[in-house]
Design a protein. Structure first.
Length: 269
């Protein structure tokens, strides 16, 4: 029997990268999936965005594991659209047990070059989008009698990584949401935790981070902040998904309000 056998998981940003990996890992252990993704471009994001074809590939890989999946295109910044996608999934799959608020973007710029638009886009997706995800899903977990919420923060949710101040602000804000909702939802047996990855081998983590070298050449004193304590340059999506699986499963039934670092020791610097 799988570690999340018979459960239903709602995952945002599921078309590729960490989101797809989370969907596959949970499906491997018996969960059915409600997958949403924007599948569209966002201005100022320099790496290619996920596409509807990417989301279809997530569907293919989950179905290959003989699990059910409902996939919808939705923007986490749009609570009405997000709620509609969730409700469509629940109509087919039943009650909700697991929420993985994973959708996020990264826009890199030095502080003086960061625009209002960059700030609004990042906060809208990475913080308001997480809040929307919690707000549309929490009533279903209450109705279910409990469940697990896993919110994707970052090493940047613990320390002030350079050239990313809107991202850092949003990811610190995700920790605040986690702590507040872990407190309020505990009486309903709902656990709320964050994961804090180091760099991850995804388009955002690799292509989105390519610009760092130019910034570090101009500002070498902050370079050590990007170093992992363990001798690895980058983690794989599955490394993060294994943490998500643990937090989603009954193995962590008494774990709540935890900042789980899967960062190769990055936040120790």
């Amino acid at each position: 029997m799988g570690r999340v056998e018979g459960k239903v998981a709602f995952i945002t940003g599921a078309a590729r990268g960490q989101g797809r990996s989370h969907a596959i890992r949970l499906a491997e252990e018996g969960a059915d999936i409600i997958a949403v993704d924007l599948c569209d471009e966002i201005p100022n994001v320099t790496y290619p965005s996920a596409t509807e074809a990417d989301l279809a590939e997530t569907v293919r890989q989950v179905e290959a594991l003989d699990r059910r999946i409902v996939a919808r295109k939705a923007d986490v910044r749009d609570r009405i659209a997000l709620q509609a996608a969730l409700e469509e999934g629940l109509a087919e799959l039943g009650g909700l047990d697991i929420v993985v608020a994973n959708a996020g973007i990264m826009i890199m710029a030095e502080w003086q070059d960061t625009t209002q638009e960059m700030w609004d886009q990042t906060i809208g997706t990475n913080l308001t989008g997480v809040w929307n995800t919690i707000m549309v899903s929490a009533p279903h977990l209450v109705e279910r009698g409990g469940g697990s919420m896993i919110l994707t923060s970052s090493a940047a949710g613990i320390k002030g990584l350079p050239f990313l101040h809107p991202y850092v602000a949003a990811k610190h804000g995700v920790v605040g949401l986690m702590r507040a909702f872990a407190t309020e939802l505990a009486e309903h047996s709902i656990r709320v935790n964050t994961i804090h990855p180091t760099g991850v081998n995804t388009p955002m983590g690799v292509e989105g981070g390519d610009g760092y070298m130019g910034f570090l050449e101009r500002h070498p004193r902050v370079g050590a902040m990007m170093t992992n304590l363990l001798p690895v340059e980058i983690s794989e999506p599955r490394d993060q998904s294994n943490a998500v699986l643990f937090l989603a499963s009954d193995e962590s039934r008494y774990v709540t309000s935890l900042e789980m670092t899967v960062d190769a020791g990055n936040t120790q610097y």
